[in-house]
Design a protein around this ligand. Structure first.
Ligand SMILES: Nc1ncnc2c1ncn2[C@@H]1O[C@H](COP(=O)(O)OP(=O)(O)OP(=O)(O)O)[C@@H](O)[C@H]1O
Ligand SMILES: [Mg+2]
Length: 356
């Protein structure tokens, strides 16, 4: 919902609109007026109301009929309607609700009551809008995940089919096995990330703390990405503390954090560039790790939301961008009571800093 909610008042008597306008003065609403149900119905698209105040007694189409017609259109079903009525008989009020109205207020309209009912209905509309947004996000996400699962799966099926051909050389066979293995690992990693994130989100993840040497942790994480970095001729420069110190962390989870930061640095940097891994123990305990690339960098806008799930920057051809990596990093680092931040690297590139 906009910061300024829009309220549509439908009433055949313009004076009644003036009353509502006066009573809601200073409430930061955008008010629209329609003098008949017919006009309101034909202009709903223009008004885009967040809430409707609907007079019951109107010539031609009465309020109940208008209410029924609005609520029968799926795109307006979530917009609350408050019936404004001089009727007081319980049967009449029940009839109003039966036509789909969400609330009613009696005439003459009392300011305190009007403001309270408008607040409460707008709160419901706001919740409805948030849920719709979440639903849309879920749908996009499912599509994206299915898409990202399909590629490696297709690669496995194709690779296995080719392996069935008689007469493949040993080298060709080996190549296909490698292709299948790589695609299988991609699938595994994606599924592991999704499961881990679900567990972290549910708060049921128990961290498996153990002491680890920062030096060897970084070395082994670097060794894992060596091959893909080499493909792009990207050099990793490491500035690490001497071996011998220790830090208490969940090693497997932390390795995944480093892995995500490294693969991002590789994915979003040009060939022949350098990535720096800087790690140090902090005097007060804990450690600080930085992954510094000189890639395309991250816009200020994206920096604000980059740690949220499924937020990705400009789409790049041939690069898988699901938008889970950094969301996972944030959850994993925060589960360690640490922080993760992003800043610009001098003229170009990004610096990701993890402190635990
Ligand atoms: N080092 C970086 N340099 C430039 N842009 C980056 C960098 N790291 C991340 N981004 C941007 O942030 C987005 C989100 O990153 P994130 O790691 O969360 O997801 P992803 O890399 O797209 O997919 P995955 O879930 O496989 O990690 C990326 O799509 C990219 O646009
Ligand atoms: Mg990533």
């Amino acid at each position: 919902m906009d910061t300024q909610p829009t309220i549509l008042v439908i009433d055949d008597e313009p004076d009644n609109f003036d009353v509502v306008e006066t009573l809601l003065d200073g409430e930061n609403y955008q008010l629209h007026y329609a003098p008949s149900g017919q006009q309101a119905l034909s202009r709903l698209d223009n008004f885009q109301p967040d809430l409707i105040l609907l007079d019951v007694m109107m010539p031609d189409l009465d309020g109940m009929e208008v209410c029924q017609r609005i609520k029968s259109q799926p795109q307006w079903q979530g917009v609350p309607i408050i019936m404004v009525t001089a009727l007081t008989a319980k049967e009449d009020l029940a009839k109003c609700l039966a036509t789909g109205a969400d609330d009613f207020i009696s005439k003459p309209v009392n300011g305190v009551e009007l403001r309270a009912r408008v607040h409460s209905m707008l709160r419901i509309k706001h919740q409805y809008d948030s849920l719709q947004l979440l639903l849309k996000l879920r749908e996009d996400m499912v599509n994206m995940i299915v898409h990202d699962l399909r590629n490696p799966l297709a690669s496995i099926v194709l690779g296995a089919e080719i392996l069935k051909f008689p007469g493949l050389s040993q080298k060709q066979q080996q190549g296909k096995v490698e292709q299948i293995l790589l695609a299988g690992q991609q699938l595994q990693s994606l599924i592991d990330s999704l499961l881990l994130m679900a567990k972290l989100e549910s708060g049921k993840m128990v961290l498996n703390y153990s002491p680890v040497d920062l030096h060897s942790l970084c070395k082994s994480a670097l060794a894992d990405v060596e091959a893909i970095a080499a493909q792009k001729k990207i050099t990793f420069i490491s500035e690490l503390p001497e071996p011998g110190g220790t830090i208490e962390i969940d090693v497997l989870m932390f390795r995944r954090v480093l892995d995500n930061l490294f693969t991002n640095a590789i994915k979003f940097s040009p060939s022949n560039s350098q990535v720096i891994l800087r790690a140090e123990y902090l005097p007060a305990g804990g450690a600080k790790l930085q992954v510094i690339d000189s890639g395309k960098g991250v816009s200020e806008e994206l920096r604000k939301i980059i740690f949220e799930k499924y937020e990705v920057g400009t789409r790049m051809p041939e690069v898988s961008q699901i938008g889970l990596g950094l969301a996972f990093c944030k959850m994993a680092v925060e589960a360690h009571c640490g922080t993760i931040t992003i800043e610009n690297n001098q003229s170009k590139g990004s610096i990701f800093t993890v402190t635990i």
